[in-house]
Design a protein around this ligand. Structure first.
Ligand SMILES: [Zn+2]
Length: 193
């Protein structure tokens, strides 16, 4: 059954080893931040550094693994119809909007939507690592300068993951204007056996 994450919100749930998770961009140009924790011991969690190291790439896509801080495989990417994801940038947070957007007002953020949904699992804000940013289009030049460009995902694009261990998964529909070409849209997901 397809679950809906409304715009600028999030969800967290358990995923058993061997189950598959399909994350869908139903309207196109919408980023979803994903973090993973070992359901048996949440001190083990998804690691950007380990994943970029072991996969020998900064662009993580189909047939790559997502690795933990303890160098274990957490998920395999079985399919990726869009093919562009980011694993460099931290989840957008209240400070992102204050520091980068000069906005002193309250602004929803992936960080808030991750830690509030993870709280029932005993996971605290400081435990939230760099997220795997599904559909996020971060470009970089030869000098290493980064730019956050509109996602290239079109309506119906999806990434299909398979769990390699029992997991706690948190997902968002990202709240940052620049990451989503200026509009906020839902994210859909489906757990499959
Ligand atoms: Zn975000």
């Amino acid at each position: 059954m397809v679950q809906i994450i409304k715009k600028q919100s999030g969800a967290a749930f358990k995923l058993q080893k061997g189950q598959k998770l399909k994350v869908i961009d139903p309207q196109g140009e919408q980023v979803s931040d994903m973090v993973l924790f070992n359901a048996e011991d949440p001190r083990e969690k998804i690691s950007s550094g380990k994943t970029l190291d072991f996969e020998e790439s900064i662009l993580i896509t189909k047939e790559d693994w997502l690795w933990s801080n303890r160098s274990n495989k957490m998920m395999k990417i079985l399919e990726d119809t869009n093919g562009r994801n980011d694993f460099l940038l931290a989840p957008c947070s209240p400070e992102t909007f204050r520091i980068m957007y000069n906005n002193p007002e309250y602004h929803p953020s992936c960080f808030e939507n991750l830690y509030t949904n993870l709280a029932p699992f005993g996971i605290e804000p400081d435990d939230v690592p760099t997220a795997f940013n599904i559909f996020m289009n971060v470009q970089f030049d030869e000098q290493g300068r980064l730019s956050v460009d509109p996602p290239m995902s079109k309506a119906g694009d999806y990434v299909l993951f398979e769990a390699e261990m029992d997991l706690i998964v948190a997902l968002t529909a990202c709240s940052a204007e620049d990451s989503n070409n200026g509009t906020f849209k839902p994210i859909h997901y489906e757990i499959m056996e």
